[in-house]
Design a protein around this ligand. Structure first.
Ligand code: IMP
Length: 170
């Protein structure tokens, strides 16, 4: 296992993203941070504390990958939102943008819920793998096409609690 992004660098970048969010939502209205389970939960917890906007935290469950490292190509909702976000600011918070299939699907789904504004924050972005274009507003780090674990990201449900982002060797 090789460290790709150390914990301290992650925290520095998240502080910057929090400041960007503060600048983008000056109105004092609530902002729904919608975390995509399970990978985004750790990023969301840190991002929510890095911003001073009145954040509301919700989660949505999506499955697009099976137990391994490759996409099944299929996206389905496994846990829907518990609230209506109609008329509210929404930021979808995702762990990693890879092919883009998951986020493309989620953006369409969320747009149907008529939020006041809809933005996307992703902790990691692997631009080389994109199949479906997605407009992202907040990106933590762009990374090469390697399978990564830690800071919420798993391999077959393991390694989510690593503090650093690491590359998983074969
Ligand atoms: P996409 O639909 O291909 O963009 O995939 C997004 C989802 O795939 C993420 O939410 C992750 O759950 C998973 N994923 C993609 N790349 C990785 C990786 O390098 N490590 C762990 N999970 C990944």
């Amino acid at each position: 296992m090789k460290v790709l992004i150390p914990a301290a660098k992650i925290q520095e970048r998240i502080a910057e993203l929090g400041a960007e969010i503060d600048r983008d939502y000056p109105g004092g209205e609530p902002v729904y941070l919608i975390g995509v389970l399970k990978g985004a939960c750790i990023f969301l917890a840190d991002l929510a504390r890095a911003t001073n906007v009145p954040a509301r935290i919700e989660f949505i469950g999506i499955s697009s990958y099976g137990k391994g490292k490759s996409s099944s190509g299929e996206v389905k909702v496994t846990k829907d939102l518990d609230v209506s976000v109609e008329g509210h600011h929404v930021i979808i918070v995702e762990d990693i943008l890879d092919t883009g299939l998951t986020l493309s699907y989620l953006v369409k789904l969320m747009a149907q819920r008529k939020p006041k504004t809809l933005r996307i924050a992703t902790f990691l972005d692997k631009p080389d793998r994109r199949q479906s274009p997605v407009q992202v507003n907040y990106v933590g780090f762009k990374i090469p096409d390697e399978f990564v674990i830690g800071y919420g990201l798993d391999y077959a449900e393991d390694y989510r609690n690593l503090k650093d982002v690491c590359v998983l060797s074969q």
